[in-house]
Design a protein around this ligand. Structure first.
Ligand code: ZN
Length: 482
């Protein structure tokens, strides 16, 4: 089966045919960098990491663009996310952006998510956004009122084609508190005039202001990937209004189709509940990585199809950790075996048909709209076969084990990103660190039991100086990083 992808635009699974033979241009909506990334981000960007890894594995030359939103993303309350972060931390807005952009890439690196080829920042592409807005005004798709510019939704008949929402439907459901500037409630901002005290603002033909959230993706995708490109990715939560607005702006400006395939990932809940700051149930990637290995977090995301919802819980992560160990343990054992000199040579021909069959079925699963759960079940068959080989008498030959190790590197390493090159990867360091902290907590509990408070306080203070906070509770002492 050739590679087929479920295209949200057509609501059909279609054969993937890139615009240019052998090349793939892909754009994925990136994070708004005003706080640490959470496990919902981890899920989404791991999915696209595997998709891009797989496209490269198939031999495509991929250009992967993922933006960094550092301006113009407004909360429901009307506050700008970046400015909110800046006020919270008493920093310059661009300090906040820098801090959380670094934090985001640190997390992605730790999770083995390969970096995009281009990570353009919205604030560095204000001229491109202004140019696109000028084109939209010139073509009659946008209008200026009091220094702000809005997209005229009624001028673009295909509005709603991605999300399936109709304009009439939107009008009925539109909120009462509509800005009177707009001609229609569903029109959306391309440029906003900034209030006097607003810090993040730029000059434009209309006012000192800032771009609307959606226009950055249209402008930057077009700049780096062309007016029409192959794949646009993101989370399904952003299908409306964000993705819908991107299509309207881009296609109205260029008169050409925007992305050919729309690939949207499913949402993530935490213990059955949608994560939200106001509920206080947000789990950051950094916190998750203190408890679980990065490979286990990746493996957890593979338990559901990338388009399906998934629920993050302690049990799910424990199960994923065990699953990952079962899937990868035999690969590590094979590496150990290959270090021994006592192996008989040969044996490749004996395993070749079984390995070819496994590889074939892995590719079939991935070609079926990146069906990673099925691909993982095929990987388990490789593990089963490997365990049989390792237990065989007389022992399996060196060439056979080398062929097994090579297939693991391809499928579990190159494509799925869950086979560490060396076992002393970051995850092992985090485990060791957690083990050392637990040991100190035990020693402190013993000191307290014998009323040696000088020692117990010293342990607490020294850990605090190292950025580790101990919290005594009814069921013992927990720890977290400051
Ligand atoms: Zn976007």
């Amino acid at each position: 089966m050739p590679l087929t992808i479920y295209n949200f635009l057509t609501r059909h699974q279609e054969e993937f045919k890139p615009l240019v033979e052998g090349r793939v241009h892909i754009y994925v909506c990136g994070p708004t960098v005003y706080d640490h990334a959470h496990i919902g981000h981890a899920r989404n960007y791991i999915s696209f990491d595997v998709i891009v890894r797989y496209l490269r594995y198939l031999g495509y030359r991929v250009r992967y663009v993922q933006n960094i939103t550092d301006v113009g993303h407004i909360l429901d309350t009307g506050e700008d996310r970046i400015l909110k972060g800046a006020a919270r931390e008493r920093l310059e807005p661009m300090e906040v952006v820098e801090r959380y952009q670094r934090s985001y890439f640190e997390d992605m690196d730790a999770l083995g998510v390969q970096r995009p080829d281009i990570s353009p920042r919205a604030s560095a592409h204000i001229p491109e956004q202004i140019e696109m807005i000028k084109t939209l005004i010139a073509k009659g798709h946008a209008y200026e009122v009091n220094g702000s510019v809005y997209f005229d939704v009624s001028s673009f008949s295909k509005y709603g084609k991605l999300s399936g929402r109709r304009v009439e439907e939107l009008e009925e459901g539109a909120r009462v508190a509509v800005r009177e500037e707009k001609r229609h409630p569903e029109d959306f901002a391309l440029w906003k005039k900034a209030p006097e005290e607003h810090i993040l603002k730029w000059p434009s033909p209309w006012s000192w202001g800032y771009p609307g959230w959606h226009i950055e993706c249209s402008a930057m995708a077009t700049k780096y990937l062309g007016e029409t490109f192959d794949i646009h990715g993101g989370g399904v939560d952003n299908i409306f209004p964000h993705n819908e607005c991107e299509i309207a702006q881009s296609e109205a400006a260029t008169g050409k189709p925007f992305a050919k395939y729309w690939v949207l990932g499913g949402s993530l809940t935490l213990n059955g509940v949608k994560m939200s700051k106001s509920l206080g149930n947000v789990l950051t990637i950094k916190d998750a990585l203190r408890r679980w290995r990065p490979e286990a977090i990746r493996f957890f995301t593979y338990s559901a199809h990338y388009r399906s919802p998934i629920d993050f819980s302690e049990q799910a992560l424990e199960a994923a950790t065990r699953g990952w160990e079962r899937a990868i343990g035999p690969a590590l054992a094979v590496r150990e075996h290959l270090r021994s000199s006592a192996l008989p040579e040969g044996g490749a021909d004996d395993v070749a048909p079984a390995l070819a069959d496994i590889k074939h079925r892995f590719i079939e699963a991935m070609n079926d709209d990146f069906n990673i759960p099925v691909a993982v079940s095929v990987l388990f068959e490789l593990s089963k076969l490997t365990n049989t080989l390792l237990a065989a008498e007389p022992p399996a030959g060196r060439r056979a084990l080398e062929a097994v190790a090579a297939l693991y590197s391809e499928l579990a390493g190159q494509v799925l990103g869950i086979l560490p090159e060396r076992i002393s990867a970051n995850g092992a360091n985090a485990e060791r660190e957690a083990g050392l902290i637990r040991l100190l907590i035990e020693l402190r509990a013993e000191a307290r039991a014998r009323k040696d408070f000088a020692t117990s306080d010293r342990i607490r203070e020294r850990l605090k100086a190292l950025g580790v906070i101990l919290e005594d509770g009814r069921d013992g002492t927990n720890w977290k990083f400051a």
